[in-house]
Design a protein around this ligand. Structure first.
Ligand code: HEC
Ligand code: HEC
Ligand code: HEC
Ligand code: HEC
Length: 440
């Protein structure tokens, strides 16, 4: 008995003392230290130069690029728009620019006592929203003798690491239980969220990956980022499914986890068709499995056996959603564990030219089987194809003529899905086949 009590005490003490330093989610890591504000970064000799510095490791004009080109800088201003006021009025939450539920993703909504003197909520999604609270690293990090590892130890967030980056971006671009987006917010008029790590990392960059970067931070590979991003997004969704509080509202599960177009379809009754990967018949609301589907293609060059195992577990999850809540939770938990255990391998894999080909053929085989009937997965396919095309270019596998042909077919693929309310599954399939036939 005494031993048991001692053992229990040890466990409790371990929990108490380890809790403050273990940040288990991206949001917790970002908010672990005081945020000193964008003004602390934007001095002209720091990151506020108007032109890139020539003999520096980093561009030093990051602030100017962020302010001028990056929508994150205007994310808080968005909350003052008519669209935001309409959303807020329908939800009955008062001024959206002061509502925590909106600020969580449209600004740096860290607790008031953790804001430095120069912190301003109007800065929107600022430097420390992604790079972490700079309290402990601001003064030290510009010193050339300080390494990247030193900065990370002082609380800088590892945005260079694809798994950590995906977790961070998804906290706002998909929602997590500490930053939740709900179907009620969507119903009030919020745009549907969609995300792909590689594509989104390069839409408005304030960074350059070159020799100076790889020397300090290691290799960069866009297809790897795509691959990792799919796995982390699938895990993120499964976490919500398994979370009693975030994932369920009243008698319904939180609808944001499902394929939007499974419900938002016309009632003409002739649009339905089977999707072999789900094993479900007509009239069933499907979980949004777009990222899980893509993760199978990720595995095509990495581990074929695992790819088919994941495929079976996805079908089992879909089936479980038609049985019971506990069966759903159990199937989600199994699939989550499988994907999570594959992430280190997927992250370390070298996606050379042969693997690009295997990924494309795996994607196309699914198209032939009729798998991309759901808009969310067609959209993910297009972004995957883009990642692969850019990789072909970077690998020097295509000459200028081939590259422009590939680009044209990629544009054609995107054109088919431009309108989520009127796109054709058949046209998408042909556009994908055309792209595939132009690939080296
Ligand atoms: C704190 C929340 C938050 C985090 C973290 C975050 N974003 Fe965003 N992001 C937003 C919001 C909000 C918008 C929309 C801004 C607006 O238009 O008002 C946005 C917009 C974007 C856009 C523009 C999309 C478009 O259609 O042009 C890109 C690209 C983007 N984010 C990429 C990323 C990437 C990559 C990461 C991770 C490194 C990331 N974001 C992390 C909140 C966030
Ligand atoms: C989970 C994070 C999250 C929450 C919570 C959230 N948003 Fe957003 N919001 C985003 C992201 C991310 C985008 C950009 C989507 C994209 O372009 O891919 C966005 C886009 C928008 C847009 C469209 C902006 C544009 O430039 O077209 C409006 C308006 C908006 N949000 C208002 C709100 C309001 C009002 C609230 C509170 C009720 C809110 N958001 C809550 C993440 C969030
Ligand atoms: C939406 C997330 C996001 C925001 C906001 C953001 N960054 Fe970044 N930043 C990144 C990502 C992703 C990278 C590229 C990966 C890396 O180098 O860690 C990066 C890279 C950098 C780098 C290059 C690091 C290197 O080693 O070459 C600097 C410097 C930087 N950011 C400064 C800033 C400053 C200053 C601000 C605010 C004005 C800012 N960032 C805002 C996500 C963000
Ligand atoms: C299980 C079915 C279901 C799913 C899945 C679903 N919705 Fe809905 N949605 C509804 C219903 C029912 C309403 C109507 C509620 C009402 O009339 O007030 C609605 C309303 C809406 C509205 C308002 C429509 C209007 O006419 O103004 C929007 C926008 C919306 N949903 C977006 C989404 C998005 C985005 C997703 C995916 C993330 C999604 N929905 C997933 C059932 C669903």
């Amino acid at each position: 008995m005494k031993h048991l009590a001692t053992a229990l005490l040890v466990v409790i003490l371990a929990l108490v003392f380890s809790a403050p330093c273990v940040a288990s989610t991206a949001v917790q890591a970002i908010e672990a230290h005081k945020h000193l504000g964008v003004a602390s970064c934007s001095n002209s000799v720091c990151h506020g130069a108007s032109q890139p510095f020539r003999d520096s490791n980093v561009l030093q004009n990051e602030f100017a690029v962020w302010q001028e080109f990056d929508p994150h800088a205007k994310a808080w201003q968005t909350l003052g728009s008519q669209a935001s006021r309409d959303i807020a009025r329908k939800l009955g939450i008062g001024d959206p620019a002061e509502a925590k539920i909106c600020l969580d993703c449209h600004a740096d909504s860290i607790a008031v006592e953790k804001r430095g003197d120069r912190f301003q909520i109007s800065d929107g999604v600022g430097c420390e929203s992604c790079h972490g609270g700079s309290e402990l690293w601001l003064n030290a990090h510009a010193d050339r003798s300080v390494t990247h590892a030193d900065n990370l130890k002082n609380g800088m967030y590892p945005t260079d690491d694809p798994v950590a980056r995906a977790r961070l971006c998804l906290s706002c671009h998909m929602g997590t239980n500490d930053r939740m987006i709900t179907h009620r917010i969507m119903g009030a008029g919020h745009p549907r969220l969609s995300f792909e790590l590689d594509t989104f990392t390069w839409l408005h960059p304030h960074y350059k990956i070159g020799e100076a970067w790889t020397k300090r931070k290691g290799q960069w590979n866009g297809v790897r980022d795509w691959a990792v991003g799919q796995g982390v997004a699938a895990v993120n969704l499964l976490d919500l499914v398994e979370d009693e509080k975030a994932g369920w509202k009243g008698i319904f599960p939180e609808l944001v986890m499902f394929d939007c177009h499974a419900c938002h379809k016309l009632m003409s009754g002739n649009q339905w068709g089977p999707r072999p990967g789900t094993g479900l018949g007509p009239g069933v609301v499907r979980l949004n499995d777009a990222n899980m589907l893509m993760f199978r293609h990720v595995l095509a060059p990495v581990d074929k056996a695992a790819a088919s195992r994941i495929g079976e577990q996805i079908r089992a999850l879909h089936k479980a959603t038609t049985e019971s809540r506990s069966a759903t939770m159990a199937a989600a938990s199994r699939l989550r564990a499988s994907i999570e255990s594959l992430l280190p391998t997927v992250s370390a894999f070298n996606y050379g030219p042969e693997s690009l080909d295997l990924i494309l053929s795996s994607i196309q085989a699914d198209a032939e089987r009729g798998e991309y009937r759901d808009y969310a997965s067609a959209e993910q396919v297009a972004m995957a194809a883009q990642s692969v095309v850019v990789a072909f270019e970077n690998d020097g596998k295509v000459d200028a003529e081939k590259a422009s042909q590939l680009r044209a077919r990629l544009d054609a693929l995107y054109a088919v899905i431009k309108d989520e309310n009127s796109w054709s599954v058949q046209k998408f399939k042909s556009a994908l086949a055309a792209l595939r036939s132009a690939a080296p």
